[in-house]
Ligand binder design. Sequence first.
Ligand code: HGY
Ligand code: MN
Ligand code: MN
Ligand code: MN
Length: 414
Amino acid sequence: MPALSANLTINSDRLWDSLMEMAKIGPGIAGGCNRQTLTDEDAEGRELFQKWCEDAGMTMGVDTMGNMFMTRAGTDPDALPIYVGSHLDTQPTGGKYDGVLGVLGALEAVRTMNDMDIKTKHPIVVVNWTNEEGARFAPAMLASGVFAGVLDQDYAYDRTDLDGKRFGDELVRIGWKGEEEVGARKMHAYYELHIEQGPILEAEGKDIGVVTHCQGLWWLEFTLTGKEAHTGSTPMPLRVNAGLATARIMEMVQEVAMKNAPDAVGGVGQMKFSPNSRNVLPGTVVFTVDIRSPNQDKLDDMRAEIEKRAAEICAEIGVGCSVEAVGHFDPVTFTPELVANVRNAAERLGYSHMNLVSGAGHDACWAAKVAPATMVMCPCVDGLSHNEAEEISQDWAKAGTDVLLHAVLESAQI
Ligand code: HGY
Ligand code: MN
Ligand code: MN
Ligand code: MN
């Protein structure tokens, strides 16, 4: 296999133009994106991505979860493909790069292979995973989880959004329910380029994160049952206040996370009061606790402590308390051989780099269940993501995609 040369780099302007073009689909109200999964905007983004890939000579396959697989043929059709991808769906107030850089960076790597007439032994498959974000249909990483055999397709199809629409019905409505059996595809290796979504690379002045691990997580959905009553005429001692219990549990989650930091985080991002009327004490409060750590024992101990203390808080106030784990994966160790390909690529290309543990979860976490897998990360401004102000530099996008190209070619054998 001819050695990879340091002057083999991507077309940075072409990548940046594609990112800006995709960002116009499902624009947010503050410069970011709102291209939630299985919306008409998602369908429009899929169609544009399909066109770009077919213009690059790739052929499309779609599975029963709507995962898109765009193939560039290799010289050995029997060789298992190298999969490279991420997600095009966004949070409701998402940025232009979360997920999208990984999908369009993979496409740019293929476009560069075409420009340089590079032939690979293994086929290359660029992936757009359905519903990575899990904002409209929880949980996140849903379709890659079904692909990896960790989540059940019927469970996924029955997930509903706030309007009661079913995932399975919306997938059919937008015309992206494919024929391929989900999970039937076998991967020789999986690579994912992603913005860090945290502050470390920028603070350390590094261009590239060589991602060795991803922290594990629990999403714990609490349902607290109080007594609906008038907020004005109900004396304080007579209240069975689920809202108060919720506040105390949130404070306790903060305390548990701070006690276990820096390699642990915890918080609440989603909550629903019922009946959610300003002068009615809530009958029920449903909220999801998100806790994460790269340390397996710490992650599970935090879960146990939070569930125990939440029950105690509710008992003290007289509020009913039930909890269900609605999302989970153990800390992920990525494949050392692929991690080395990423590190060697950064070295060869002269990019500063450091080992990194991913704070956010990614489709790569499920891909790692079924194939050798790893990630490449680039910085983002102020470490900000899941915010319309999410920003990266064109140079960071180029660095990440150059490294992705080289790492993939190491595995694909040119
Ligand atoms: O939740 C996550 O870490 C990812 O953004 N879905
Ligand atoms: Mn993402
Ligand atoms: Mn995200
Ligand atoms: Mn576990």
